[in-house]
Ligand binder design. Structure first.
Ligand code: PLP
Length: 474
């Protein structure tokens, strides 16, 4: 494909200035004396160019995107329309409270909705993403113990946790203590007991964990932790697994973050930014970042008066546009938020049952929003790795699942269909996955050299990430 500069043919799609305009008010030395060198093509050619570029990209609007743990579901377009309303986009963050009551009301009501959904007592909307929410939550936990005068340095994290959990706790200055999963893919309670002592500040749990399995003993775990004087952090990035059915408060957690750019249908990835609100129980309310949006029964206001606040974790109030989209989604769904969870869980279990003959299912348990297969059998029988299977899916207009994660499963394929896919789409995925499993025996070379139909073919995974070649050459 040619660059827009190479396509430039001198046809002007737009007239920027009136040539006859009197420019004598501009200092002569500052005036350009030649052409600026921008590409010139007609409007139609410009459109074709950018459409061709966008076609090289893969997105949820183009095909199935079962990227485990990332919840690549449909983001309703009406959310974009609402977030682009003049009253929201032309608002200055320094406006006086009395001049931005609408925006404050929206944030307040979103806080209230998220309190209801999580069961928590107070919410901050500031963090910009999931991992940022984790860091905020861990800073709150750290400060809580500081104020209490307790020196607790350790955070327990199950080996099935999302990778960002240990990273966030570590960044916050905690020491990480891993706890193993048992044969059911759940926290090994006896091992957990053996790790408890007055040095433990908290446990960070993803529930359902990254195997998509709900921790059956979660109530026992929260009792053990609280009896030890420790707190519980809930990674609620994939809240579509439980939304409306249960919540972290009922399970005994003290802090939770949500990913609005997963569960609440706002774009993420390159289409971000995201938002990772954090909810806390009553005892931690006075530690939230400031400001929190308040309501005095008459007016909405920014509350900076938070006794032990950890300070601000982001400029102003977080990614406001994302908050508008998430609030629109919550209002639109209403009680059907519960149905979203039902369908997310149903879709994942449907795929799991359909695929467990063709691929190894290391933890054969009912799953929540996702499940993890292993490509071990294919790897051993024919040398076709999970990576090759992932690449082969790209040739079928399907985004690969998350691979090689969680680390406790060999050749892992972590599959999350989300609630927004139809049975036809799921059945097509099953058909393709079974076909690929067959090809690992009949035509392994094809899989090992895939993808064949994408704009760039097989990349060196390490070099492509560490030394991306961003320079254009023919
Ligand atoms: C996506 C995810 C995160 C991290 O969220 P980001 O917005 O990417 O920072 C954390 N935990 C879990 C379980 C996730 O799925």
């Amino acid at each position: 494909m040619k660059t827009i500069f190479e396509k430039s043919n001198g046809i002007s799609g737009i007239t920027l200035t009136d040539e006859k305009e009197d420019l004598s008010f501009i200092d002569y030395n500052l005036l350009r004396n030649g052409k600026i060198g921008l590409p010139e093509v007609s409007e139609l050619e410009a459109l074709r160019h950018y459409k061709e570029l966008s076609d090289k990209n893969f997105c949820i609007e183009k095909g199935f995107y079962p990227l485990g743990s990332c919840t690549m579901k449909y983001n309703p377009k009406v959310n974009e329309l609402l977030a682009s309303l003049d009253g929201f986009t032309n608002l200055h963050p320094f406006s006086d409270d009395s001049d931005c009551q609408g925006a404050l009301e929206l944030m307040y009501k979103l806080q209230e909705a998220l309190k209801k959904i999580t069961g928590m007592n107070a919410v901050t909307l500031q963090p910009a993403a999931g991992a940022h929410g984790e860091l905020t939550g861990m800073m709150i936990i750290k400060k809580y113990f500081e104020v209490k005068g307790e020196k607790r340095k350790k955070v327990i994290i199950p080996d099935s946790a999302h990778g960002t959990n240990p990273a966030s706790a570590h960044l916050c200055g905690f020491e990480i203590v891993p706890v193993k999963s048992n044969e059911k893919g759940q926290v090994d309670i006896n091992e957990l007991k053996s790790l408890l002592n007055p040095d433990v500040a908290a446990i960070m749990m993803t529930n359902p964990n990254t195997l998509g399995i709900f921790e059956e003993n979660v109530l026992e775990i929260s009792k053990l932790m609280h009896d030890n004087g420790s707190l519980l952090y809930y990674d609620g990035a994939n809240f579509n697994a439980i939304m409306g059915y249960t919540n972290p408060k009922l399970m005994g957690f003290d802090v939770v973050h949500l990913n609005l750019h997963k569960t609440f249908a706002t774009p993420h990835g390159g289409g971000g930014p995201g938002a990772g609100p954090v909810g806390v129980v009553e005892e931690l309310k006075e530690f939230l970042p400031s400001p929190v949006i308040g309501f005095d029964g008459n007016k909405y206001f920014r509350n900076y008066n938070i006794k032990h606040t950890i300070g601000s974790v982001k400029g102003f109030y977080g990614n406001f546009g994302v908050l508008v989209k998430a609030y629109a989604y919550i209002l639109m769904m209403g009680d059907n938020l519960k149905e979203a969870s039902e369908n997310a869980v149903l879709n994942a279990n449907y795929l799991k049952e359909k695929l467990k003959k063709a691929y190894l299912l290391p933890f054969d348990e009912p799953c929540m929003h996702e499940f993890v297969l292993s490509g071990d059998r294919q790897k051993q029988d024919s040398g076709v790795s999970t990576l090759n299977i992932a690449k082969a899916l790209m040739d079928e207009n399907i985004h690969p699942p998350t691979v090689y994660f969680p680390l406790i499963v060999h050749e892992a394929l972590m599959i999350e269909p989300t609630e927004s896919e139809s049975k036809e789409v799921l059945d097509n995925f099953v058909e393709v996955m079974i076909k690929i499993a067959g090809e690992t025996k009949t035509n392994p070379e094809k899989l090992i050299s895939s993808p064949h139909s994408t704009p760039v073919k097989r990349l060196d995974e390490t070099l492509a990430a560490r030394h991306p070649d961003l320079k254009y050459t023919e």
